[in-house]
Ligand binder design. Structure first.
Ligand SMILES: [Zn+2]
Ligand SMILES: [Zn+2]
Length: 142
C-alpha cells in the first residue's frame, strides 16, 4: 500500500526529512504535502522487480555496483514509482516505468549478462517470479 508523506516544517527531529503524518508528532506543526511513496517493505519488492534479485543477502553490494549503477531514475515519477492523481488525493503506479521507478541504461542483453554474472557468484540470489520484460531498456529503444 502506498503511504502519504509530508515534509516537516519544524526542527524537532533534524534527521527526519519525510513524515508519515500531516503534523509533527512532537510539536504538532503541520508539514508540507510531499506526495505518495512506498514504504520500506514495498521498496524491497520494487528492488526484486527491478533487478530480479532477492532484496536481502550478500549479493546486494555486487547487485548495486553492477546492475543498479546502470539504472536511471524515471523522469515522470522521479523514482517514486507512483504518480499523484486527483490533485494528490490519490496515486497510481507510474505508467512510464511500470512502477519500477527506473529504466536500464543499456540493452536487455547487457542486463541479462550482468545478472547472470552476479548469479554465478551468488546462485541463491535470484528472486522468484522475475519478469525481465517489465523493465524498460533504453538501449533497445529508438
Ligand atoms: Zn515539530
Ligand atoms: Zn516512473
Amino acid at each position: 500500500m502506498p503511504n502519504p508523506f509530508w515534509r516537516p516544517t519544524c526542527n524537532c527531529r533534524p534527521t527526519v526529512i519525510m513524515m508519515g503524518s500531516p503534523c509533527c508528532q512532537v510539536c504538532g506543526k503541520p508539514g508540507v504535502w510531499l506526495g505518495w511513496g512506498y514504504g520500506m517493505i514495498e521498496m524491497m519488492a520494487v528492488f526484486e522487480r527491478r533487478t530480479g534479485m532477492r532484496s536481502m543477502g550478500p549479493h546486494r553490494g555486487m547487485t548495486r555496483e553492477l546492475l543498479e549503477s546502470r539504472m536511471v531514475w524515471c523522469p515522470t515519477c522521479s523514482g517514486r514509482c507512483l504518480v499523484d492523481i486527483k490533485d494528490g488525493m490519490d496515486c497510481k503506479e507510474c505508467p512510464e516505468c511500470r512502477g519500477l521507478g527506473v529504466f536500464f541504461n543499456g540493452t536487455k542483453k547487457e542486463f541479462l549478462e550482468i545478472r547472470a554474472r552476479i548469479l554465478e557468484q551468488f546462485p541463491d540470489a535470484a528472486a522468484s517470479n522475475f519478469d525481465p520484460d517489465l523493465l524498460r531498456y533504453l538501449g533497445d529503444e529508438d
